[in-house]
Design a protein around this ligand. Structure first.
Ligand code: HGY
Ligand code: MN
Ligand code: MN
Length: 421
């Protein structure tokens, strides 16, 4: 049995969003990193809310949370909608959370208004997408779509050296032996008929062109790496400048080259190094080692690959010239993902029917939807971000803008779950 809707769907969704944003580490904005206590509390909160709305709640071995409204044809494939529950450090309250809150609200509204759907309609709160704590991303949807087999949990650790496996076990997920891998089949899913993700744009295009809705045509491909540059730690006072193998100045030359070549490559290519660690990170010691991240994106696969090849060989040349060595660890290779054209046309029709202004666009941000696109019909809907700001406490979209996205999502879910398709 579900609880009746006592307020408008938009206000129910906003209440969910506000309640969800409380689960954060101290500091500005929202910080909810994978397998932390605030992350666990958020997933528990969502399970309670989903159960309260009469959904069948399940969690899998990596901590994805599902809420299913069982359809009249329970053996038919499922319509899945949702997003990720984790955030960046000091992020906003809408990135990821909005897609989950809207999905729960939409399903609650459809159940109250139209009863049981033809086929099951399911919301998912993916455990992790950002790559903020561990040097990999899409940990949730990557298992559901078979990108990961769980063995990665032993080969990566956070900045305090806690392995992903340990962090999982501390939250009661996964298992210390290799049964985790055998249980992966319990995570990878082949029963999904379509996946729809509602998300804030995290860019300024919709606001600049005064459109209420973005219909995503494709999601940019992403390559992420960890780069370790090694030189010679030495005394800052007694080592002449021409006798140094300084890992930090070598890294600085690499990153300035990255910035210049990415600018010359032109849009939509972007390249970022967001995290850098210096060893021994001591004022009077020449840095012996630097570890930094690379995040490179493009909407065309071959241009993305070519830029990565070129920049990494240029880095090797800089290292050789400076007597440094460079070690590269690939962390992510998510190809560009075209969305389903039929679902895009459905979204255009729904926007016209609802009198919503909209535009077709490419997403520079990565999303869980890009892992589903090769496996099932997939669609993404954007709403505007004020000043295009995201991954920041200043991330904001108005109730009206978020409500418009909710109504478009709700109508698409109705067509997918309640009608013969
Ligand atoms: O980094 C991204 O594009 C996404 O916000 N995780
Ligand atoms: Mn996101
Ligand atoms: Mn994000």
């Amino acid at each position: 049995m579900s609880t009746p809707m006592t307020q408008t769907p938009a206000s129910e969704m906003m209440k969910l969003l506000d309640d969800l944003s409380i689960f954060s580490a101290p500091g500005s904005g929202v910080t909810r990193l994978l397998y932390t206590s605030e992350w666990s509390q958020a997933q528990l909160f969502l399970q309670e809310r989903m159960a309260g709305f009469g959904l069948k709640v399940e969690t899998d071995k990596v901590g994805n949370v599902y809420g299913r409204l069982v359809g009249r044809n329970p053996d038919d494939k499922v319509i899945l909608t949702g997003s990720h529950v984790d955030t960046v450090v000091n992020g906003g309250k809408y990135d990821g959370a909005y897609g989950i809150a809207a999905a729960i609200t939409a399903i609650h509204y459809l159940h109250e208004t139209f009863g049981q759907p033809l086929r099951s309609l399911e919301v998912v709160s993916f455990c992790e997408e950002e790559g903020s704590r561990f040097p990999l991303t899409f940990w949730g949807s990557g298992h559901v779509t078979g990108m990961y087999d769980g063995s990665e949990a032993d080969t990566c650790a956070d900045s305090e050296g806690i392995t992903l496996r340990t962090a999982m076990a501390e939250c009661g997920y996964g298992s210390s032996d290799d049964t985790m891998n055998q249980s992966i089949d319990l995570i990878k899913r082949d029963d999904i008929k379509a996946f729809v993700e509602l998300h804030i744009e995290q860019g300024i295009l919709l606001e600049k062109t005064s459109k209420q809705i973005g219909i995503v045509q494709a999601i940019a491909g992403q390559r992420r790496f960890t780069v370790r540059v090694s030189g010679t730690a030495n005394h800052a006072g007694t080592t002449p400048m021409n006798m140094r193998a300084d890992a930090l100045t070598g890294t600085a030359e690499m990153l300035l080259l990255l910035e210049r070549l990415a600018g010359e490559a032109g849009e939509p290519l972007v390249a970022t190094s967001g995290r850098l660690e210096i060893i021994p990170n001591t004022p009077n010691v020449i840095p012996g080692e630097v570890q930094f991240t690379l995040d490179i994106r493009h909407s065309e696969a071959e241009k993305l690959e070519r830029f990565c090849t070129d920049i990494l060989s240029a880095f090797n040349e800089i290292a050789a010239k400076r007597g440094l060595t460079m070690e590269l660890t690939p962390r992510l290779s998510a190809p560009p993902a075209p969305m389903n054209s039929e679902l895009c046309h459905d979204l255009e029709r729904i926007c016209q029917k609802q009198g919503r202004s909209y535009r077709n666009m490419v997403s520079g941000a990565g999303h869980d939807a890009q892992l589903f696109a090769p496996r099932c019909p997939t669609a993404m809907i954007f709403v505007p971000s004020r000043d295009g700001i995201s991954h920041s406490p200043a991330e904001y979209s108005s109730t009206e803008e978020l409500g418009a996205g909710l109504e478009v999502l709700t109508e698409l879910l109705y067509e997918l779950a309640y009608k013969e398709i």
